[in-house]
Design a binder for this molecule. Structure first.
Ligand code: GLC
Length: 544
């Protein structure tokens, strides 16, 4: 599709959008119980958009807010059509939609479609008898003749993927905890019900969904044993990687068929959007893009999370992904979320601004994980205070997701302005320095950089819709690229190292419109050949 044709297609609200991810339990407590709630999110909407001091985001993605026994912090849903009473109620949710709309903020819900809670009435009914109306809503198999599990599959969170149920005398399958039985997506009733969930929330004013764990949706119909991974070292590796998940995961054609069906619902005049959780390589991600004929469903690209902060690695990846997708598809690059260590813990505090510059000037939809805009780190969680079920089941693996889920740091008061009482997870030690109140006052803060980058992005068609064009910087530590559309051309250059770096780009003097270096003069013609960037500096130039 040419650029012009692309532009004449009906506008999708998410194309220019910057999305902010909120972990509701950790955003703002208004009930005084140390846990965040929906009213807290409403109270903080002005921070997100609508005033001249806001961050300026267009949408928020809420981690699950459904009733749940919270064995996996809400990813074990007990009712898809209600709000968790600990977080609020439907009236408060409607108010959230209304108040968000008033500030031009769209709401994206987590859509936990692969599994429910074992306490969900559907599962209770299914497990009650082989003859129950919902008998086939989950994945049940008979034991092997010796009574053992039907095959060798393991759960992502450690241990077997099968749990024996005395009442049915059968095993049920769970990709995650035994408290999270997998739904049977080969049952048309399940598919229809889960589509109704989407319709229900869209009717209430929700604009999009984040599809959880979608790679797990279908399993091999013969339930064959998975091959053993010959490269796995049981002494150091994640036990889940002892097998190659050929049969329990990424059964692509069926998943893509469902994506296509969901795409039809979302793009049917509704302007709905879905981003799926997909831990897949670039070529596989392209297939997910292609399955969405109406272009309402995108896969998330989580690959950068596992990469070292090195120009050659990241540049190669971005160049390749961008060229694989071409202009037809809208990419995205995830730099943090609730399942991985925070950016500054992975890469170091000094990298916060460089990452922001990269993320907000790349093509596609940026997702900002709450607190990333402050350069917030994670807290050390002592073993006896661990809440993450994954860490509890596979201790010592280092996947302690709690540390990325600590309370938002609003100010330097007691409990960082998050709550009046001790929060459900400890605060990060640095909250007296790293908090919203302090950073709003400091023109050189990470928060004010995010605000400037988002403002520039909003006003730049090149950043929203323009092509990405790789560029050589003449320095192995500097990543540079051009974003370009008809009459607008921006050049981004980012020093990945802590030391000064000299750039050699053969482009005549250009105007700098943003730099993370507070001493650099803006709006001034600056030569790109011989430009010396300070350590970790990112700059945006406007080219003639
Ligand atoms: C996804 C979620 C993660 C959750 C898991 C099981 O990976 O992001 O937080 O634990 O699914 O639902």
């Amino acid at each position: 599709m040419s650029e012009r044709e692309h532009e004449s297609a009906p506008p999708k609200w998410w194309h220019p959008a910057v999305v902010y991810q909120i972990y509701p339990l950790s955003f703002k407590d208004t009930k005084g119980n140390g846990r965040g709630d929906l009213k807290g999110i409403i109270d903080k909407l002005d921070y997100l958009n609508g005033t001249d001091r806001s961050l300026g985001v267009d949408a928020i993605w809420l981690n699950p807010i459904y009733p749940s026994p919270k064995k996996d912090h809400g990813y074990d849903v007990a009712d898809y059509y209600a709000i968790d009473p600990e977080l609020g109620d439907m009236e408060t949710f409607d108010l959230l939609i209304q108040e968000a709309n008033a500030r031009n903020i769209k709401i994206i819900m987590d859509y936990v479609l692969n599994h429910t809670s074992s306490e969900h009435p559907w599962f209770q009914e299914s497990r009650s008898s082989k003859n129950s109306p919902r008998s086939d809503w989950y994945i049940w198999l008979d034991p092997k003749p010796d009574g053992s599990a039907p095959n060798n599959w393991v759960s992502v969170f450690g241990g077997p993927a099968w749990t024996f149920d005395e009442t049915r005398g059968q095993y049920y399958m769970h990709s995650f905890l035994s408290d999270q039985p997998d739904l049977n997506w080969r049952n048309p009733e399940v598919v229809e019900e889960m589509k109704n969930v989407l319709r229900f929330w869209m009717d209430r004013g929700v604009s999009g969904f984040r599809a959880d764990a979608i790679e797990h949706l279908f399993k091999d119909s013969e339930f064959r044993d998975e091959p053993v991974n010959p490269h796995h070292d049981p002494n150091i590796g994640n036990p889940y990687n002892a097998l190659i998940h050929t049969y329990s995961r990424n059964q692509r054609s069926e998943i893509l068929r469902i994506i296509n069906e969901i795409d039809e619902i979302l793009s049917d005049g509704n302007q709905g959007f879905m981003i799926s959780e997909t831990w897949l390589c670039a070529e596989d991600l392209l297939e997910y893009h292609k399955a969405s004929k109406g272009k309402a469903c995108l896969p998330s690209n989580l690959n950068i999370l596992g990469m070292p902060w090195q120009v050659d690695v990241i540049k190669n990846y971005i160049d390749r992904y961008d060229s694989i997708l071409g202009n037809d598809h809208c990419p995205n690059y995830v730099f943090s979320n609730h399942d991985v260590s925070r950016i500054v813990d992975r890469l170091g505090k000094s990298k916060a601004k460089a990452v922001a510059t990269l993320q907000l000037t790349l093509r596609g939809i940026p997702f900002i994980y709450y607190g990333a805009e402050l350069g917030m780190g994670g807290a050390q969680i002592p073993p006896e205070e661990v809440q993450d079920p994954w860490e509890k089941q596979v201790p010592g693996l280092g996947i302690n997701r709690d540390s990325a889920r600590t309370p938002m740091q609003w100010d330097d008061g007691p409990y960082a302005g998050f709550s009046d009482v001790e929060p459900w997870l400890p605060l990060c030690d640095d909250y007296r320095e790293v908090n919203v109140k302090k950073q709003l006052e400091d023109p050189d803060s990470v928060l004010n950089l995010y605000r400037s980058l988002i403002a520039i992005r909003r006003s730049s068609r090149a950043l929203i819709k323009g092509r990405y064009q790789p560029l050589e910087s003449g320095n192995e530590n500097v990543l540079s690229y051009i974003r370009e559309i008809e009459d607008e051309k921006l050049l981004v250059t980012i020093n990945f190292s802590d030391n000064e770096a000299e750039v050699h780009i053969d482009i005549p003097g250009s105007e700098i419109i943003l730099s993370t270096n507070k001493n650099r003069k803006l709006d001034k013609l600056t030569a790109l050949d011989g430009l010396v960037l300070e350590g970790n500096e990112g700059c945006i130039f406007k080219l003639q």
